[in-house]
Design a protein around this ligand. Structure first.
Ligand code: ADP
Ligand code: MG
Length: 583
């Protein structure tokens, strides 16, 4: 492996996880931070660490002498000395210019805006007059922010009315620290993307995740974000574009706001590994930490793809001074399949302090929520931080007309009973052909895995959709008013070679739902398990009916009805099985 030594300014949990990745690659890391037992210093057996302030020019010089490359795990460092060292040809990633630019949120926003990256409206606030101007331009609420040295919401104040202004100014240091104001962003979700940029300019990004903040602190990260795949793609693209405007190598965290109309704004960028990227250790092919090392060493970047279907990261935050209280969710995590515990070795526990995190992986978003629910319950008394509102659908149920709904409803109910997220829509091959083309061409890009299409009469919908999408399509022939449904059946089933449609019986949308679950079960094991359970229950139900019939036969025999029993028995048999099929 590369014999170069990496010097890191900062020794917190990000540094600790960077050291973990470096150890595996046999790369030496030297940490500069004040405490001799800083989290990052605890886990590498090197005697080279430096106890000192990461803003102290002499200590930074000492670090540079001991290292081949300098990097950071916190952006609030001394950019002046880094710039001087850079001119003296010390290799520093990301570039000190980038660090300086990001340190000032106002300068950062101006830079992004100049580079056509959408950000919410913002205004510099150097005086009371400018503050009042911002209030009248943005209206209430608006956000008042410190330009510098902000983290975990420290440095932000939500100004809800004119009455808040005094308190806001007081809490943000009365202009002693420079301030700026931002228009309130009524986002529906907060998103984040980790982007890695190699020293040679190559850029790769990780999946878009959803971050859930409370009191400005990140509590929960869900990967992948449960939003439309087309919006995911544009968030990824925007994050990559934002990072391309910056100099230097490294991994960057791009925080974003998703608005109700699907538009996205960049909130801020972190020039280092980020809390929203911890999940990559267990859930991606290469972690953000390893890719940070690879990028600054200018060696090939690793794949940023997810290697599981879904993952969640729960922060373990200090509640009080009591460390034991923090460990309660870990006890739950020990009994949770797919959960991995990270504790940072911080000696002092304070309210809101990041003490550790738990990453849980799962084969579906439902399984993920099932797994993390009990852990979150321990942290909160309720599950309020689980974003239960929108889950991306896996199955698209479409039909030519609303008159097909009573038939197609059974498919929806079936999917619901298997916890399969689905969407239901009217798409007509004849009346809205362009909508049908758009639906079929984009369904897989949005995240749909199977399409169930119901159609009556001429019934072209399933076949036309199958001709346009790479997804499996299940056709449900719907019985119309005039003919008996065989017309729809023939129309759907008689597809030309090369364009397959799996066709179920007339009006049997239940089977379409079950087939969709089986198709998902081919790559999501928990659906396969549920299907096995369903089949077992189905079998038990039939066996119970057989048992009841045998009981009837026994009673009739005892009553001496003789040969009539056989006919009765057959009659019962027929009724029982046909009932079962239609129920
Ligand atoms: P920090 O440096 O503490 O992360 P941010 O500027 O990212 O500061 O703000 C922290 C959180 O505050 C964000 O994640 C978001 O929840 C909320 N927030 C920030 N800016 C706005 C805004 N303009 N409108 C609405 N909420 C905001
Ligand atoms: Mg932030």
């Amino acid at each position: 492996m590369d014999p170069r030594t990496i010097g890191v300014l900062g020794g917190g949990q990000l540094g600790r996880m960077l050291v973990e990745a470096a150890s595996r690659l046999n790369i030496d890391v030297v940490i500069l931070d004040k405490p001799s037992d800083a989290p990052a210093k605890q886990i590498q057996a090197t005697k080279s660490h430096i106890d000192g302030d990461f803003k102290d020019p002499d200590r930074i010089r000492e670090l540079a002498q001991k290292s081949d490359i300098l990097t950071i795990e916190i952006e609030h460092v001394n950019a002046d000395i880094l710039e001087i060292l850079s001119r003296e040809n010390v290799v520093i990633h990301p570039s000190p210019l980038t660090i300086r630019l990001i340190q000032d949120k106002y300068v950062q926003k101006t830079h992004l805006s100049k580079n056509h990256i959408p950000v919410v409206d913002f205004l510099e606030v150097l005086s009371r007059q400018e503050l009042m101007d911002a209030a009248s331009k943005f209206g209430y609420p608006f956000m008042l922010k410190s330009k510098t040295l902000a983290y975990d919401g420290r440095g932000n104040y939500v100004v809800r009315s004119a009455d808040d202004i005094e308190e806001a100014l007081k809490s943000l240091g009365n202009y002693e620290k420079p301030l700026y104001a931002e228009r309130w962003a009524p986002f529906v979700k907060e998103l984040a993307v980790m982007v890695v940029r190699r020293a040679n300019g190559e850029v790769k990004s990780y999946p878009v995740v959803e971050t859930v903040h409370r009191e400005n602190i990140c509590h929960l990260v869900i990967a992948p974000a449960q939003i439309n795949g087309l919006v995911l793609a544009s968030a990824k693209d925007m994050a990559e574009r934002a990072i391309r405007t910056l100099e230097g190598a490294g991994v960057f965290g791009v925080e974003m706001f998703l608005m109700s109309d699907g538009s996205i704004y960049v909130n801020e960028i972190a020039p280092r590994p980020h809390n929203s990227g911890h999940y990559t250790i267990e859930a991606c092919e290469t972690s953000q930490y390893e890719n940070h090392l690879r990028s600054i060493l200018d060696i090939p970047l690793g794949s940023t793809e997810l290697k599981v279907s879904a993952a969640a990261m729960i922060n373990i935050l200090g509640k009080s001074g009591d460390f034991e209280e923090c460990l309660r969710p870990c006890t739950k995590a020990l009994a949770t399949p797919g959960a991995t515990i990270h504790l940072y070795g911080k000696k002092e526990c304070r309210k809101g302090r990041k003490m550790g995190h738990i990453t849980t992986v799962a084969d579906s978003i439902y399984q993920l929520f099932e797994r993390i629910g009990p852990i979150i319950k321990v942290i909160d008394e309720d599950d309020s931080s689980i974003p239960r509102t929108t889950i991306q659908p896996l199955v698209g149920i479409i039909m030519g007309s609303d008159s097909d709904l009573p038939t197609m409803k059974t498919c929806a109910e079936m999917l619901e009973s298997f916890d399969v997220p689905f969407e239901l829509s009217i798409v007509s091959a004849h009346r809205t052909p362009l909508r049908m083309v758009e639906y079929a061409k984009n369904a897989h890009k949005r995240g749909i895995k199977v399409i169930v299409a119901g159609a009556g009469g001429a019934a072209h919908l399933p076949g036309m959709v199958a001709a346009l999408t790479p997804l499996p399509v299940i056709g449900v022939p719907v019985k119309g008013k005039t003919l008996d449904g065989v017309d729809s059946l023939y129309s759907i089933v008689q597809m030309p070679r090369g364009v397959p449609v799996a066709t179920v019986a007339i009006n049997n949308s239940m089977n379409a739902g079950l087939l969709a679950v089986r198709q998902l079960g081919a790559f999501i094991p928990s659906y396969l398990e549920k299907m096995e359970q369903f089949m077992e229950e189905q079998e038990n139900e039939v066996l119970a009916k057989v048992g009841r019939l045998e009981e009837v036969e026994r009673v009739f025999t005892i009553c001496g009805i003789g040969t009539d029993v056989l006919d009765l028995k057959n009659g019962f048999n027929i009724t029982a099985s046909s009932k079962f099929i239609s129920s």
